[in-house]
Design a protein around this ligand. Structure first.
Ligand code: PMP
Ligand code: GLN
Length: 384
């Protein structure tokens, strides 16, 4: 079927997301899928029971627009415990249908025509389209390979009177690197005295390794007062398919965010909110996640140590970058596809997260998998 008039695309340069492309190819090729980031094991059975309990108890109609109040209260308490900052459950916590949605809604709430938004590449794929659909202009800064560190002097040079927002992401997808206390100091210095808003993507806040501290902007009052903080229950509770998360932001930013949210989804799934409001009462369900995933990272790294792949630093998230320059000089997109088709293992090429396709010959492998899956994957990688 063809629409009679020619549609002028609002995203002319965008095709299908790399996650959809690689997961489809993995399924078609019957390959082990370490590409798209999702666990291949089940969530806690207590959580699924709580969803059923919520349904039985009548949480089946629209939830309040900003989220169930009980859930917002427990989120505010958790945030205070972890980061020593108070957010008002009524006016500063908003439950949203996933972090991707939250990012889109936050950007739509504040970015106008010609506003500049500074972001770092490799950049998670949903930032730039959200900026562009709102008429904003992405201003890109490359993170320095191989530690994916930020040159703050370079960032400072890009700040203009048009800079409306800076987007940060720690732990970082796709690199697995994290921001340090010094980065936060530099960021504070940079935005001091300006009206710049920060969008802090912290969906991997509970997946951080080697006793490092998660540098949330919530720990820095001067940053928190100008920030949207984005969280995802999908990462924390092994439930990426439920698409649920929340946004913390001061009241003035939350007010604008909710104006968008009320017309985009209006509210978020009721029984799932009920379930999270109960499971969050036990902090161990999120404080134990770092050691759980650190074991997986260490196991995967140990298994691929004997291969020709080079192991890159990974301090958080559930992604491990592997360098393949000792194997081939193919472009990462080509190699990732060939690995899927010929060797039956799917990964994510990193160059797709850069506008100019910077290729450092690294691929991203998701280790949120059962040990059996990791063993099978490593066996293949060691044979290449
Ligand atoms: N930001 C980052 C950095 C992510 O990795 C992801 C998902 N993997 C998201 C946002 C989106 O999270 P959600 O699935 O809750 O939309
Ligand atoms: N965030 C997940 C990843 O990085 C994918 C989410 C998606 O498919 N959009 O793999």
């Amino acid at each position: 079927m063809n629409h009679p008039s020619t549609i002028s695309s609002k995203l002319p340069k965008n095709g299908q997301s790399i996650f959809a492309v690689m997961s489809e190819l993995a399924a078609e090729q019957d390959a082990i899928n370490l590409s798209q980031g999702f666990p291949d094991f089940k969530p806690d059975s207590q959580l699924t029971k709580l969803v059923a309990e919520g349904m039985r108890k009548g949480f089946n109609q629209y939830a309040p627009m900003p989220g169930l109040l009980d859930l917002r209260h427990i989120i505010a308490e958790k945030t205070e415990d972890l980061y020593n900052i108070q957010y008002s459950a009524l006016n500063e916590v908003t439950v949203v249908p996933g972090a991707t949605y939250g990012i889109f809604a936050a950007i739509s709430a504040v970015i106008k025509e010609d506003d500049e938004v500074i972001l770092f590449e490799p950049a998670y794929d949903c930032y730039v389209p959200a900026i562009e659909l709102n008429g904003g202009k992405p201003i890109r800064v490359e993170l320095k390979f191989p530690n994916f560190s930020i040159d703050w002097a370079e960032v400072a040079k890009l700040v203009t009177f048009k800079t409306k927002m800076i987007i940060i992401n720690t732990p970082h997808n796709p690199s697995g690197c994290i921001l340090t206390a010094d980065d936060m100091k530099q960021l504070t210095k940079l935005v001091h005295g300006s009206d710049i808003i920060i969008l802090s993507d912290e969906v991997y806040e509970h997946i951080i390794f080697d006793n490092k501290r998660h540098e949330s902007v919530a720990l820095y009052p001067e940053l928190a007062e100008r920030s949207f903080i984005v969280s995802s229950f999908g990462k924390t509770y092994h439930t990426t398919g439920w698409k649920m998360g929340y946004i913390l932001a001061p009241e003035n930013l939350t007010r604008e965010l909710r104006k968008v949210h009320q017309y985009l989804a209006f509210s978020t799934s009721s029984p799932m909110q009920y379930a999270y409001s109960k499971i969050l009462l036990n902090p161990k369900t999120y404080t134990g996640l770092s050691s759980f995933y650190q074991e997986k990272r260490d196991y995967f790294v140990e298994l691929v140590q004997g291969s020709r792949f080079g192991i890159q630093p990974c301090h958080g998230s559930y992604f491990q970058l592997l360098k393949y320059d000792k194997i081939t000089d193919e472009r990462d997109e080509d190699f990732a596809k060939r690995l899927t088709i010929e060797h039956k293992i799917a990964s994510i090429p990193i160059s797709v997260f850069y506008r100019n396709k910077t290729d450092n010959n690294v691929l991203r492998f998701c280790f949120a998998k059962s040990n059996k899956t990791l063993e099978k994957a490593a066996e293949i990688l060691c044979s290449i």
